[in-house]
Design a protein. Structure first.
Length: 428
């Protein structure tokens, strides 16, 4: 029987609100963050077009999200154009992204600056509360020749989503990926929401990436060394856990993996995994982007008010802690199609990216020797086997082998992953 006559055809914003999962993939956390990515990617597009170099993301105290860039602004000249960019679905994706976010938000405010004017529009569930307002701006008011850019602030509609709480860690991870992919783009994340447990404000937490193609963030490295006891409590063991945590991330993303931790007689430590290797970005000429990856602040963890805990019970801060506190660190990266190595001294690159022979494997090797800043452990190191067993519960997808050669007699301990789907293995 033909039921075509009984099918209700929804068009435009009505279709978006009726079936939000069709546009975002889901109405859970994934779909929620997809909204954020749509607005964020608009700022990145302005950077790629040469019109912006800064994007700031703010988790507002009322549960909303604000994304602001310093680009030329959404191209508008009239109130009608401002409204159209936010309320009409467009095939080019530029207007459609903003429209979808607007329609699925209980409240959205858009500010567009450019050509000496500021346009402001406010919406509820995609419906304008009033025509966009235009105000003239003077250069003196901003201390620059011209204020320009776009800021979108929105609160997802709780009636459409399973959750409306954005994850700072998820957004920080996205920003780190974008910083890796787009050298020269400055990205920041500010969390103004109250801390969940203490009730204290986290407004002071502001984490900013730097140009990975530029100089090393020496101030960041100095901060770690000046307070080594806070960033590496327990000394060497904590640094090892910081490195192994990245192998665990890779193993979880692939459904399983392994790594070997070797404690050498000279006091150095090497951690080798069987993952896909650190991603390498190429510039327009096909050359590897020179980025101090080992010394770069990890936006997901460093300075986060509630970072995840490592197996020793202390906060995870990222690889830059290891680099800053190591007199020497050698990072060897093997990926399908190429391999290279780079040496750091207290976090500062001492060499460029040096090609190494391809041995047919993929993975990452971090070999480091702690410097004098590292605090002494509070208690004697436990046997290698005991340490490996303790890690297994925290990283169920990762198999860890610890080879302790410090006494001249190799002692090996192994943890086996508790969760490893059949067929999970190496991938390049």
């Amino acid at each position: 029987m033909d039921d075509a006559g009984h099918i209700e055809v929804l068009e435009g914003p009505a279709a978006v609100r009726e079936r939000p999962g069709t546009y975002l993939g889901s109405t859970g956390e994934q779909g929620l963050h997809r909204m954020a990515y749509e607005v964020l990617d608009r700022g990145v597009a302005a950077f790629l077009a040469g019109r912006a170099d800064t994007v700031d993301v703010t988790l507002t105290a009322d549960g909303g999200l604000r994304v602001a860039d310093n680009g030329r602004g959404v191209p508008v000249e009239t109130a009608e154009e401002v409204e159209a960019a936010l309320t009409e679905l467009r095939a080019d994706g530029y207007g459609m992204d903003l429209c979808v976010v607007n329609v699925l938000s209980s409240r959205l405010t858009a500010e567009v600056r450019g050509n000496g004017f500021r346009w402001t529009g406010e919406y509820e569930r995609g419906v304008p509360l009033a025509p966009p307002a235009r105000a003239r701006e003077t250069a003196e008011a901003h201390g620059k020749s011209e204020a320009h850019g776009t800021a979108i602030t929105f609160r997802p509609d709780p009636g459409l989503f399973e959750t409306t709480e954005f994850s700072a860690a998820t957004l920080a991870g996205r920003l780190r990926e974008l910083a890796d992919r787009h050298p020269g783009l400055a990205l920041s994340l500010t969390d103004e929401r109250p801390a969940r447990h203490s009730g204290a404000s986290t407004a002071a937490w502001r984490n900013t990436t730097h140009d990975w193609a530029g100089t090393v963030d020496v101030g960041h490295l100095s901060r770690i060394r000046d307070d080594a006891a806070a960033f590496a409590p327990g000394g060497l063991r904590h640094l090892v856990l910081e490195v192994v945590a990245y192998a665990a991330d890779e193993a979880e993303s692939r459904g399983g993996g392994s790594c070997t931790v070797t404690l050498h007689a000279d006091g150095s430590v090497s951690v080798a995994d069987d993952g896909r290797g650190t991603d390498t970005r190429l510039d327009a000429a096909g050359r590897a982007v020179k980025k101090p990856v080992m010394a770069t602040k990890d936006l997901r963890f460093f300075d986060h008010p509630e970072p995840p805990l490592l197996p020793d019970g202390h906060p995870r801060r990222g690889m830059s802690v290891v680099a800053a506190l190591s007199a020497r660190l050698v990072h060897t990266n093997r990926r399908a199609g190429g391999a290279w190595t780079q040496r750091y001294e207290y976090g500062v690159p001492a060499t460029g990216l040096t090609p190494v022979a391809d041995d047919g494997t993929t993975g990452t090797l971090v070999h480091f020797r702690p410097g004098d800043h590292l605090p002494a452990p509070a208690e004697p190191d436990e046997p290698a086997s005991a340490g490996a067993a303790a890690w297994a519960g925290s990283w169920p997808y990762l198999s860890v082998e610890v080879d302790d050669r410090r006494t001249g007699v190799s002692r090996t301990g192994v943890s086996r992953p508790r969760l490893r789907p059949p067929g999970a293995g190496r991938s390049a």
